[in-house]
Design a protein around this ligand. Sequence first.
Ligand code: NAP
Length: 466
Amino acid sequence: MDQRLGTEARPARIAIIGAGPAGFYAAEALLKQPDLACTIDFFNRFPTPFGLVREGVAPDHQSIKAVTRIYDRIASNPRVRYFGNVTFGTHLHHADLKPFYDQIIYAVGAQADRRMGIPGEELEGSFPATAFVGWYNGHPDFRDLPVDLSCERVVVVGNGNVAMDVARILLRSTDELATTDIADHALALLRESKVREVVMLGRRGPAQAAFTNAELKEFGELEGVDVVVDPAVLELDEHSLEDLEDDKLASKNVELLRAYAARSEGSAERCLFMRFLVSPREIIGENGHVKEVKIEKNQLAMDGYGGLRAKGTGVFETIEAGMVLRSVGYRSVSLPGVPFDEGTYTITNIAGRVVNTSDGEPIAGEYVVGWAKRGPSGVIGTNKPDAVSTVTAMIADLATLPGIRDENRALDKVEAMLRKCKPDYVTWEGWKRLDQFEVARGAEQGRPRVKVTTVPEMLEIIDTSA
Ligand code: NAP
């Protein structure tokens, strides 16, 4: 019988750390390999799977969440197991896993936020948008974020889709939000919200914005909301005009912004003010709480690499605001025992193969996918081709890997290890019990689900309904 790794006689044992979109697409790509025999074990920090699809995608974008049906099918494959409520680096370490897996894939995403590095970032009422997103999505780490919506104006820094998401959730009618799976605590606070204005700050111009057309267009369709843009910022410089010629996304954004500039003056009950060419320089507080944001007007300058960067003009202004959401990008955090590049905030890798940060030497049998591999870019679907390319490298490596000892191939050895280090681990069946509970609670209210937002509560439901 063929004794090579990845054959029926010696199926490859593969661990995936993180059960978000990138991890599921990696599993899918592995299961689709025609000549590969393998088993796949997911280890996930929370009892609940799906990462950013559950904890990041906005609750009013339910159609994006339908992708979990595909992940469900993958997890139901008999060659796949799920161990939730197990944190790599806390309950389970690199050295614990190595004896049991021929190949390990890190699919841990980007859990932290990037900083702006300006005074006042730490004031009460100044939050990373990533935390605010977690708060309204029922992420257990952020459910107790001290959000206060008793102010009339919120400043959102950044011009990406996350900035769009948080601004929209602040301004959208709560009757509409009430039909989604938004966390109950967030819905209750938003119902009492006094926020009437969101001011979004883009450090560069309208032609350089990172948000996509659909997200910008959606804002114009929100009931009771005006999008206000100063027509003067749409008089673009020659470099931006040149860039628009071969950038369809940017030229459509500019077209939509021109339509907003022509139609709205901000008379609606709630308004999004889109400011461009401005950078926050300081968040000013009173009694430790956000009170104002000092901004500087920018102009565009060539960055020396063919792009345009923002350059301060020395002209300042202050905007009164009760809350600031810093939406300037996510970043990955390092995992114990796994090489990490502090420059790019990614797991050090070459095309998905984990390598030593110091000398670039590959670490046998270790791989990375998704945001932990390439940084926080792209939409959910971007993770699919990204995972396929890492899996291609994994297949190519199989022939040269020594593989684990054969006595460690017995699948129950992993469960035995988990019973010692994290006895309350959650299986896929356990998650499905919680899933059914949430969906049933949602059905009573005409919502897709009502989320459980603390881990102890999740575990209780999983166990009690066993
Ligand atoms: P992003 O698209 O990279 O946008 C980050 C924004 O922050 C950019 O406008 C950037 O401006 C700005 N920025 C960075 N540093 C700044 C600073 N110091 N001061 C002021 N502005 C600063 O990141 P994101 O919005 O976090 O989204 C992450 C990824 O998830 C993106 O690929 C996004 O498309 C995706 N996503 C998609 C959806 C959706 O499909 N609906 C929803 C949410 C997120 P510069 O361009 O000048 O650097």
